[in-house]
Design a protein around this ligand. Sequence first.
Ligand SMILES: Cc1cc2nc3c(=O)[nH]c(=O)nc-3n(C[C@H](O)[C@H](O)[C@H](O)COP(=O)(O)OP(=O)(O)OC[C@H]3O[C@@H](n4cnc5c(N)ncnc54)[C@H](O)[C@@H]3O)c2cc1C
Ligand SMILES: *[C@@H]1O[C@H](CO)[C@@H](O)[C@H](O)[C@H]1NC(C)=O
Ligand SMILES: *[C@@H]1O[C@H](CO)[C@@H](O)[C@H](O)[C@H]1NC(C)=O
Ligand SMILES: *[C@@H]1O[C@H](CO)[C@@H](O)[C@H](O)[C@H]1NC(C)=O
Ligand SMILES: *[C@@H]1O[C@H](CO)[C@@H](O)[C@H](O)[C@H]1NC(C)=O
Ligand SMILES: *[C@@H]1O[C@H](CO)[C@@H](O)[C@H](O)[C@H]1NC(C)=O
Ligand SMILES: *[C@@H]1O[C@H](CO)[C@@H](O)[C@H](O)[C@H]1NC(C)=O
Ligand SMILES: *[C@@H]1O[C@H](CO)[C@@H](O)[C@H](O)[C@H]1NC(C)=O
Ligand SMILES: *[C@@H]1O[C@H](CO)[C@@H](O)[C@H](O)[C@H]1NC(C)=O
Ligand SMILES: *[C@@H]1O[C@H](CO)[C@@H](O)[C@H](O)[C@H]1NC(C)=O
Length: 597
Amino acid sequence: MNVQVFYWKIQVLYFSFLLLSAAAIVVPEPQHSSCRCRPHENCWPTQQQWSTLNSTIQGNLVAVRPVASVCHAMEYDAKTCNATTELWTNSVWRSAQPGAGQWENWEAWPEHHETCYIEAPRNSKCGQGRISLYSAKVQTKFHVQKAVLFAKSHNLRLAIKNTGHDFLGRSTAPESLQILTHEMKDIKVVEDFSPKGAPNRKSEGPAVTMSAGVQLPELYLAVAKHNRTVIAGSSHTVGAAGGYIQGGGHSPFGAWKGLASDNAIEFEVVTANGTIATANSYQNSDLFWALRGGGGGTFGVVTSATAPVVVYNFNITTTGGDPRFWDAFSAFHAALPSLNDARGSGYYFGLPNLPIDQNTTVSTIISLLMFPEKTDVNEIAKLYEPLKTKLKNIGGVKVDSMPIPFPSVNSTIFTILLAGSDTDSTGSLSALLVSRLFSRDLMLSDRGLERLTKAWKSIRWDPFSSFTGHVVAGPAVAANKNIDSAVNPAWRKTVSHMLFGRGWNTNTTLAQQKAMVKNMTDVEIPILRSVEGEDQMGAYVNEANGYEPGFQKAFWGENYHLLYKIKQKWDPKGLFISRKGVGSEDWDDAGLCKVKA
Ligand SMILES: Cc1cc2nc3c(=O)[nH]c(=O)nc-3n(C[C@H](O)[C@H](O)[C@H](O)COP(=O)(O)OP(=O)(O)OC[C@H]3O[C@@H](n4cnc5c(N)ncnc54)[C@H](O)[C@@H]3O)c2cc1C
Ligand SMILES: *[C@@H]1O[C@H](CO)[C@@H](O)[C@H](O)[C@H]1NC(C)=O
Ligand SMILES: *[C@@H]1O[C@H](CO)[C@@H](O)[C@H](O)[C@H]1NC(C)=O
Ligand SMILES: *[C@@H]1O[C@H](CO)[C@@H](O)[C@H](O)[C@H]1NC(C)=O
Ligand SMILES: *[C@@H]1O[C@H](CO)[C@@H](O)[C@H](O)[C@H]1NC(C)=O
Ligand SMILES: *[C@@H]1O[C@H](CO)[C@@H](O)[C@H](O)[C@H]1NC(C)=O
Ligand SMILES: *[C@@H]1O[C@H](CO)[C@@H](O)[C@H](O)[C@H]1NC(C)=O
Ligand SMILES: *[C@@H]1O[C@H](CO)[C@@H](O)[C@H](O)[C@H]1NC(C)=O
Ligand SMILES: *[C@@H]1O[C@H](CO)[C@@H](O)[C@H](O)[C@H]1NC(C)=O
Ligand SMILES: *[C@@H]1O[C@H](CO)[C@@H](O)[C@H](O)[C@H]1NC(C)=O
């Protein structure tokens, strides 16, 4: 990373610091305006004020335009447009750009007719959309503090972007100041971590402390050097310390070691008044409960990176459209609890309508579960025998299976999870999800399986469309219910977090987009939600629909009430508001105006 430090600005820095504080005292708080300050208003910071902020954060402030703007109208530039086109679907590149997210639908602001699609005609004007107007490319926590105080004193909409992977539009916000955490890359592994304020400097054992911008492969590599591993997710570009852990953080080794947030020990956060707070079990424990994320954090590290793993690949295939596919779907889910009890966790992908050539379509489920601390492939194969027998009895079902033994967790991570391309494929670049957490109890009952199968069967499966099942909870996640955190309590009962996506392209009109969203929220989410009843279970905040109805309950269950209270204590004015986040119901969808006094 290109970390620029302008030493010569240190004097200026001190001076600016005083100025900023003075400004905060002299400028009266906006008179009960229920809206944030907008660019066309007098309250908007002057050029002078922006450049003062820039010096304060050592020249790391940039004015931002959407990344595709270099391909349009007056901003057209042949060379950068060419480079941008080449990089368009590269998620590593996107994570570093202040002017990009990972999903085009959250870059655009179609309700305001603001889009900046790269494919649009060259002479078309590029709209700013939900891309921030300025970005503070923060390098240090001091920079973060200054950016937060600036947003606070000028009543600006603030957006925090780490990698921009968010599916709910939480890392972009229209007419905002962005804090881009991407360049904060410090990682430190210690053998004995003692949380601040712990009596007698009590140690929590080995831990890794990382800055806000660290991405998963960087984390895995850093801890592997110490012959250790860490419980984190499966992605090339998702961040470890930002949205991922704040939402809970699931991992393919969840059944073995729990959620990422279960393993969090301490966080250091910049609060709404610009001060730095350390949150752990000993101090600011309410914040620790609420956050389990939100800034540089320390995770407990699993010591057994060298534990062997058996990965088991099990594929189920029928002729396309054969109703027996759904019987196989049911049998597969009936088998999940026992596979999961054996600490099997991982992923499965369903393709109910997969054309393989001009004349043939199949329906298939491809599953890949990982069994840690195992070497005997026959022992694992045996776990699948009852399922195999059931599938045989259904008839018309082809089964292919293969064990893949690995000598260590480390080699499993690098060979299976981080294999292939160095970037995440973002596929259709406009995406919304429909997702639900499904419980172990559901899959242990015939009636439950029937409801689950009927629901998934009734979803419209277009050619090539797919669903994903994440078997990332179970034993350790369930046992960790004694860990008191804000994580959705439904996780403790979950066996599979299942989702599918719907997307659109640049030709999809706003009316068509709205119709799709409406069908998702009014038809498809209710279909999945009704499987276990509205009051049971819920959805995973990090991989849920961006318009989730009743998101408070769906994402946090009974924890929402306390979360909202803690939010009021630490951020009474709603400086840190994100779409479908805690307290966001008090604001309009763009987070620009208050809708509740
Ligand atoms: C390809 C892919 C793979 C994934 N794999 C997994 C997986 O294996 N397990 C899993 O649990 N999830 C997974 N996810 C979901 C992932 O957890 C979410 O997309 C998550 O929001 C990403 O967090 P981020 O910080 O990288 O992204 P961003 O979009 O930058 O941020 C997400 C949210 O967190 C906030 N935020 C970010 N950094 C900070 C910070 N330092 N302080 C305060 N707030 C902050 C942002 O404002 C935003 O609200 C995956 C997603 C994708 C696209
Ligand atoms: C901030 O300062 C840097 C370095 O002096 C400069 O390159 C950059 O353009 C400035 N940003 C803004 C928004 O003026
Ligand atoms: C970019 O330019 C190179 C070299 O001229 C060319 O080969 C390539 O096709 C161009 N890419 C795009 C996306 O236009
Ligand atoms: C990790 O393990 C290898 C092989 O056992 C050993 O050579 C190396 O010194 C270890 N590294 C650390 C940091 O312990
Ligand atoms: C900032 O907020 C915290 C938490 O509400 C409070 O403890 C602290 O005193 C505040 N600091 C300042 C300088 O206002
Ligand atoms: C598909 O069917 C047509 C008509 O029966 C046949 O001509 C063609 O070769 C088939 N294509 C493939 C890929 O099998
Ligand atoms: C399962 O399906 C995947 C995807 O088609 C394939 O790569 C894999 O080899 C299959 N596994 C077995 C055991 O056939
Ligand atoms: C982790 O696995 C990768 C891929 O197999 C390997 O290159 C690396 O050396 C391993 N690291 C350790 C510490 O074992
Ligand atoms: C709504 O969703 C259902 C279930 O996926 C589907 O069958 C139906 O075609 C959808 N309706 C529209 C108008 O998209
Ligand atoms: C959008 O429509 C144009 C004109 O009909 C077509 O050429 C283009 O391929 C379409 N783009 C996509 C992504 O479907």
